[in-house]
Design a protein around this ligand. Structure first.
Ligand SMILES: Nc1ncnc2c1ncn2[C@@H]1O[C@H](COP(=O)(O)OP(=O)(O)OP(=O)(O)O)[C@@H](O)[C@H]1O
Ligand SMILES: [Mg+2]
Length: 559
């Protein structure tokens, strides 16, 4: 509270000046008795008593004698702030002022005669003023404390990297304490060092570079004792080893950062004057240190979790790639080894058939040829499912139509496919991902949805491919997708994440399920070298060919 808001009438000012001048010779006596009575009534420590004494009329006298009321207000404010930091109860303050007033009473009576009432009224006015201004100082101190604590909480609850969080905390801390230097050091268990993570007023580039061996220096001392400590003359104290700290700070306050009862670092602030901390200052610093230690712990956990998450994402992306490669390899082997082997068997069977005289034997060979053809057809289907080369061959549109047809024929769910011409060809990676996503979504519809109808729609808008797969089934029951053994939707999310896209699964009650996927529209790759090779070897190579083809020769024969 500023002095200007407590006006003092001029005639009162004159009277106060007069009272002060007349009482001046008696103040030492009055003060001594006041001190006695106050210590009888309250167990006050010497520091609090000395501060309270600064607030009596006797101390104000020096200002009053010169009619320096501004100086008086300033003094009240300064010592009021100090008293509040000493945590003196305001009721004791009120009582201390009252005792002083009572002790002055007989002197005023004898010195002022018939103007006694007037003089007493002036003194009472000073006393009330003092109380109001000191209470204001108490309030200001508390407000400052809580606002700096709130600011620090704000920073600590934010989502920024540990280093910048600590730097901001330190800046708020030094400015609210009026400190000119500060540092936050964290313990590095591997190297057993304290490393500066944030610094204020200690020159550029100090952060991270200056580390301290355990047990050395003031910070090392605070860390190893685990107790707050204070240095009043940093220049003379051998524990202050950093030259810049010796130069810039007179007083140093150190507070350990502790988590789970163990020290994890140290918070230091320093002043250019020999300030000693007062109880509330020490408590505030401790509260800030405790909060910060929690925030550091939280930030480290978040960091570890994010790293782990990133590693898991990398790993699953790798697994998906490996899976795709493995599928390619198996389908290639099925094609090259098994397929070719069957072709040779078929060729020899044909030759054998022609050389057989008996009809019955020929019929047996025909049956065997049928079995070979069906096996070749089966293998062709497996290759089609296994290898996304079907995409290279047929294009995404045809490959998806095939999947839709399969849903209709095998599961009785009618499935509409609407793919805009705008979509065009995309990179093999994107087409494979979309194909696999639709495969899984349709698989889920067949398995869980009990739907009548489904639809696959795809379009290209502003350089993005938008895919939606929906059904009119029962919808996803809450929590069912958190079962430990369900990986389909997670796989969809993983694939979309790998492409830098977004996925949304919506299942409003009674309205079926809809999966929306948006991925960047990629440029198509050059033709797949394997495909080129296969096509050059087998010009009529058609792995996923049109429905209803029965004869394997059409698909796999090299002749
Ligand atoms: N279209 C859908 N309609 C109704 N429920 C669905 C649909 N899609 C998914 N679900 C529900 O969401 C759950 C999770 O699906 P997800 O594909 O992740 O796993 P899953 O199909 O059970 O197993 P997995 O795909 O690993 O073989 C399913 O168990 C099912 O309960
Ligand atoms: Mg599934």
């Amino acid at each position: 509270m500023s002095a200007a808001v407590v006006p003092l009438k001029d005639n009162f000012r004159e009277l106060i000046v007069e009272v002060a001048r007349k009482l001046e010779p008696y103040f030492p006596d009055i003060t001594a008795r006041w001190r006695e009575q106050l210590t009888r009534e309250f167990a006050l420590d010497a520091r609090t008593l000395a501060t309270l004494e600064q607030l009596t009329i006797a101390s104000a006298c020096i200002h009053f004698k010169h009619a320096d009321f501004e100086g008086f207000f300033e003094m009240l404010n300064y010592f009021g702030t100090r008293l509040s930091k000493l945590q003196l109860d305001t009721r004791i303050l009120r009582r201390a002022l009252e005792i002083y007033e009572n002790l002055m009473h007989p002197y005023v009576s004898s010195l002022f005669g018939d103007r006694e009432t007037e003089a007493l009224a002036a003194l009472e006015m000073v006393s009330s003023f003092s109380f109001v201004i000191i209470s204001g100082a108490y309030f200001d101190t508390r407000t400052l404390e809580s606002s700096s604590l709130l600011k620090i909480l704000d920073v600590e609850l934010g989502d920024q990297p540990l280093e910048s969080m600590l730097q901001q905390v330190l800046e708020i801390l030094t400015s609210s304490f009026g400190a000119n230097v500060g540092a936050i050091l964290l313990h590095e268990p591997e190297a057993d060092l304290l490393r500066v993570e944030a610094a204020v007023g200690l020159g550029e580039g100090l952060r991270g570079e200056f580390s301290m061996q355990m047990g050395k220096g003031f910070a090392g001392h605070v860390f190893s004792t685990g107790e707050p400590d204070m240095i009043i003359d940093a220049n003379k104290d051998p524990r202050v080893i950093h030259p810049r700290l010796r130069e810039t700070a007179k007083a140093l306050w150190g507070m350990p950062l502790r988590h789970d009862g163990r020290p994890i670092g140290v918070m230091l602030i320093g002043f250019d004057k020999p300030y000693e901390w007062l109880p509330t200052e020490k408590e505030l610093l401790r509260a800030i240190a405790d909060r910060s230690a929690l925030a550091i712990h939280r930030s480290r956990i978040t960091h570890t979790l994010r790293e782990r998450e990133a590693r898991i994402a990398e790993l699953s992306a790798h697994l998906l790639r490996v899976q795709e490669e493995e599928r390619n390899r198996i389908s290639r082997e099925l094609h090259d080894e098994t397929g070719q082997g069957l072709m040779v068997i078929r060729l020899y069977l044909g030759m054998l058939r022609n050389s057989l005289p008996s009809k019955a034997a020929k019929a047996k060979v025909d049956e065997t040829l049928d079995v070979v053809d069906r096996t070749v057809e089966g293998i062709r289907r497996i290759i089609g499912k296994l290898s996304p080369l079907v995409l290279q061959e047929l294009g995404l549109f045809a490959a998806l139509r095939k999947e839709a047809l399969h849903l209709e024929q095998k599961h009785g769910v009618s499935c509409r496919v609407a793919i805009s011409d705008e979509v065009g060809r995309l990179s093999a990676e994107t087409e494979t991902a979309i194909y696999r996503i639709v495969q899984e979504a349709l698989h889920n519809i067949a398995k869980h949805a009990q739907a009548q109808n489904a639809a696959i729609t795809m379009d290209r808008v502003d350089g993005k491919v938008k895919l939606a797969v929906e059904d009119d089934g029962v919808g996803i029951f809450p929590k069912t997708n958190y079962r430990g053994n369900s990986f389909g939707l997670a796989g969809i999310k993983e694939r979309v994440g790998m492409l830098g896209g977004e996925v949304r699964v919506a299942s409003p009650k009674g309205q079926g399920t809809r999966i929306d996927v948006t991925v960047p529209a990629t440029e198509p790759d050059k033709p797949h070298p394997l495909l080129e090779e296969l096509q050059s070897l087998h010009p009529s190579f058609r792995m996923g060919g049109g429905e209803g083809t029965t004869h394997a020769e059409n698909k796999m024969s090299t002749h």
